[in-house]
Design a binder for this molecule. Sequence first.
Ligand code: NAG
Ligand code: NAG
Ligand code: NAG
Ligand code: NAG
Ligand code: NAG
Length: 435
Amino acid sequence: MSKFHVMLLVLVALLWNSGASEAEECEKRWIHIRKLPSSLNLDLLANCSEYPMLDDLCPFLANHGLGQKTHNHSHSWYRTDPSMLELIFHRRMLEYPCLTQDPLQANAIYLPYYAALDSLRYLYGPEYNSSAKHGLSLFHFLQSDNPQIWNRHMGHDHFLVMARPAWDFSQPLFNDPPVWGTSFLELPQFFNLTALTLESRAWPWQEHAVPYPTSFHPPNLGLFESWLNRVRRSKRSVLAIFAGGGGVSATPNIRRSIRSECENATTSSDSSYDTLCEIVDCSNGICEHDPIRFMRPMLSASFCLQPPGDTPTRRSTFDAILAGCIPVFFEELSAKAQYGWHLPESEFEEFSVFIPKEEVVFRGMRILDVLQRIPRTRVRRMREKVLELIPSVLYRKHNSSPGLKTKKDAVDLAIDGTLDKIRSRLRDLHLDFVM
Ligand SMILES: *[C@@H]1O[C@H](CO)[C@@H](O)[C@H](O)[C@H]1NC(C)=O
Ligand SMILES: *[C@@H]1O[C@H](CO)[C@@H](O)[C@H](O)[C@H]1NC(C)=O
Ligand SMILES: *[C@@H]1O[C@H](CO)[C@@H](O)[C@H](O)[C@H]1NC(C)=O
Ligand SMILES: *[C@@H]1O[C@H](CO)[C@@H](O)[C@H](O)[C@H]1NC(C)=O
Ligand SMILES: *[C@@H]1O[C@H](CO)[C@@H](O)[C@H](O)[C@H]1NC(C)=O
């Protein structure tokens, strides 16, 4: 056999193998991206400067929803608005390795509908009183264009992203006038599909929560690891910080308790911290698109306080994890009851602290005392655990290097979770048919 033939054989073997491993890797993981009319996605971007009551959204669309870079020479840091997750996710789905053109071969159907963007005209705009209509044009399309795709599993295999808390889509159908939110998740038409939201309800049905996007979107393994090293080396001279707003009114609440405890804290001479507590003032949204304001302080603190605000969850939980700052929660709904695909429920005690807010607000429990009593060795172990979680909660940049792709990020885990959820749903359904 000539050298050439040997090479050819090797090549054929390689190709054969990669084909086989793709089929293996993609088994039960095929996803079909439904082609939707542009009125349900791209047209919604064209109006980015005209949404009522909101600032110009156009800058946040840059870089497929990551937003603009924090400065010209930045490779990983962007001014990301979490409500752009629909774009970020859509772009990432386009590079998902197990896409199929054939909806009948797919294990799941992804609907690239920009649901939260489309909700703005109901939430803030002229169609406020028609909020029970949110999503009906999508449903009409699914019923009229190739209806067999929806009908095959009656929508149980369909999923989409809704980049706001589910609370914003759970308005009872017959509230007149509506109090707050659209009725998307209350419409019987959508009971069967899976919605990925930034926060789920206390008793979720269709939805599952996924992490809020942060500002860190590394494009390769080198940049990811250099951040990780910076986080690991960072000197933690502050015991606890709270980056946020609120807590200035007179009514007792957890933010007010944090503020008063923090402002009065004094370090004793035997403390190993320079400062016990620091507040990073983020009122009036000044931190939202300016990650430097809170990332630097978070890098220098051991604990990051995550009190509930308008809703129980906060983007800041994920910023803190990125900075290696151990999150302190005050209610279960803030994370433990939400992000099971990304933050394993059974491991919460290993990487976070839980202090019930009632104890603090009404029974005088002092947060800083609780945190100071945790031994330094345990704090170090918890931080190591937080560092391990970083890859799971970040949204890496689209088209990133193969090395970085070997680490499952927030999108990869959301897809795994969705496929599992749909698989078990279809299995239960099938049992129903048999019995
Ligand atoms: C976008 O803006 C145009 C013109 O202002 C308007 O006619 C159209 O209805 C808007 N589209 C959406 C989806 O809001
Ligand atoms: C960043 O780049 C833009 C466009 O390339 C340029 O207009 C701007 O002056 C640059 N800013 C700085 C601070 O270099
Ligand atoms: C909605 O309806 C209420 C009363 O039913 C009315 O006062 C309000 O102006 C309406 N809002 C819009 C945006 O049409
Ligand atoms: C949802 O699924 C149920 C069966 O589980 C089916 O009866 C119903 O028609 C489906 N709804 C839609 C809108 O397809
Ligand atoms: C903290 O200081 C404020 C005044 O700045 C005071 O009203 C409050 O009682 C103090 N709280 C504690 C817990 O010492």
